[in-house]
Design a protein around this ligand. Structure first.
Ligand SMILES: Cc1cc2nc3c(=O)[nH]c(=O)nc-3n(C[C@H](O)[C@H](O)[C@H](O)COP(=O)(O)OP(=O)(O)OC[C@H]3O[C@@H](n4cnc5c(N)ncnc54)[C@H](O)[C@@H]3O)c2cc1C
Length: 378
């Protein structure tokens, strides 16, 4: 990157959304610069990395970066007694080894021709260009389009005058290696608003790693997020006895207000968390970010080829948002569970056949982020 650089597309943020968008565009022959403030992509990871079946079916993720399949979910009330065990006859989830997966995706991007600038922070817009502060100082990059893939608190969204996330959860987790205890890989979920207000506390143990985490509304943790995680980690269900040796800590904000309405304009667009592309109910964002990135690459490719100023009008969050109505309603329901007694009251229903069927639909269902119709400007 030189002090004055040009590109067809500048992508800010090399999370999964930015990496995927950049790779697809470069494969179609466009000149793409991808900048991330992280110096290495195998560190400062913010996600548990649970991929759902639909994603595993539809996207070619490197198999050596995925943990063993998980078919069992166990739901616990606050007192952890009489949990509801749900088994699927299909492989429902696999946990990504994100420390390997991001670098693998970056190699794929570089092979496609993406110019990757790590340790390089997007610092705003000036004179029709984007300012990037990197190891060699500040450069001004002129790009036909800017893609904001810079996460839940996107600065690109702010600078392009697009919508921004306001409805957020915060989450934190500890990750450590475990010995395979011989039991089935399991996703343990504890519904207890004193630990995870508005969401859940989890242990995912796939026989290789355990992820122990909590997430919820920041203002509602009785003694803060970190303290809630500490409380949960002592005696969380499904864990081997004794404290682990080396622990990796992850965490970050999770937008759960649904896809934002205004996610594109004449100068660029948003993908991934920056666009609010996260399931409001499950808080899963990996499937949505891959699907929306595919749509973004189609729209940008079309815009670059035709040169038409209105090509980005097909990138419309308001139209896609309709598909989230049901999940937004359920999010409101989950947010309303404010006391352990309220969470406990849901369990007699969850233990009935219709209750279990409803839980299975949410946890093992085939719904995912709506695949936007592949339209071209005529
Ligand atoms: C604790 C936690 C656990 C989660 N677990 C799951 C899960 O198991 N399954 C699931 O589906 N979803 C999960 N999610 C949600 C999911 O991780 C995200 O939706 C998804 O990773 C979003 O990808 P992204 O590329 O949009 O953003 P990110 O992965 O956040 O990437 C944004 C990138 O932008 C970079 N960046 C930011 N600002 C700048 C700047 N100014 N200049 C340059 N670079 C910048 C950052 O360094 C980062 O690399 C979880 C979220 C959290 C917080």
């Amino acid at each position: 990157m030189s002090a004055r650089d040009t590109a067809d597309v500048l992508v800010v943020g090399a999370g999964l959304a930015g990496l995927h968008t950049a790779t697809l565009l470069a494969r179609r022959g466009h000149d793409v610069l991808l900048a991330d403030r992280r110096r290495r992509l195998d560190g400062a990871i913010r996600t548990t990395g649970i991929f759902v079946r639909k994603t595993l079916d539809d996207f070619a993720l490197p198999p050596d970066c995925l943990g063993p399949p998980i078919r069992r979910v166990v739901l616990y009330p606050p007192d952890r007694r009489r949990p509801v065990v749900l088994d699927s006859d299909r492989d429902e989830y696999r946990v990504g080894d994100m420390g390997a997966l991001y670098p693998a995706a970056a190699r794929e991007a570089a092979d496609a021709g993406v110019r990757l600038a790590l340790g390089t922070r997007y610092a705003g817009r000036a004179d029709g260009g984007s300012l990037l502060a990197g190891p060699d100082g500040v450069a001004r990059v002129r790009a036909r389009f800017v893609v904001g893939a810079d996460g839940a608190r996107s600065a690109v969204a702010r600078d392009l005058g697009l919508d921004r996330n306001t409805h957020l959860l915060v989450g934190a987790e500890e990750v450590f290696p475990v010995a395979d205890g011989g039991g089935p890989p399991t996703f343990h979920c504890v519904l207890d608003p004193s630990l995870a207000p508005g969401y859940l506390a989890w242990v995912v143990d796939d026989g290789r790693h355990a992820h122990v985490g909590v997430a919820g509304y920041a203002a509602r943790f009785p003694d803060g997020l970190r303290a809630a995680l500490r409380r949960f980690a002592t005696g969380a269900p499904g864990l081997p006895a004794g404290r682990p040796g080396e622990v990796e800590r992850r965490g970050g904000p999770i937008p759960v207000g649904g896809l934002l309405r205004r996610i594109g304009c004449a100068d660029g667009l948003l993908v991934g968390d920056a666009a609010g592309a996260v399931s409001p109910l499950t808080a899963g964002g990996l499937d949505p970010c891959l699907r929306l990135s595919r749509h973004a690459a189609d729209v940008l490719d079309d815009a670059l080829r035709t040169g038409r100023a209105d090509a980005l009008r097909h990138y419309d969050g308001a139209a896609l948002r309709a598909a989230f109505r049901g999940r937004l309603l359920l999010r409101r329901g989950l947010a309303a569970v404010r006391t352990p007694a309220m969470a406990a009251a849901a369990f007699p229903v969850l233990r009935t056949a219709p209750g279990r069927a409803a839980a299975r639909r949410v946890l093992f269902g085939d719904r995912s982020f709506p695949d936007p119709a592949r339209r071209t400007v005529s």
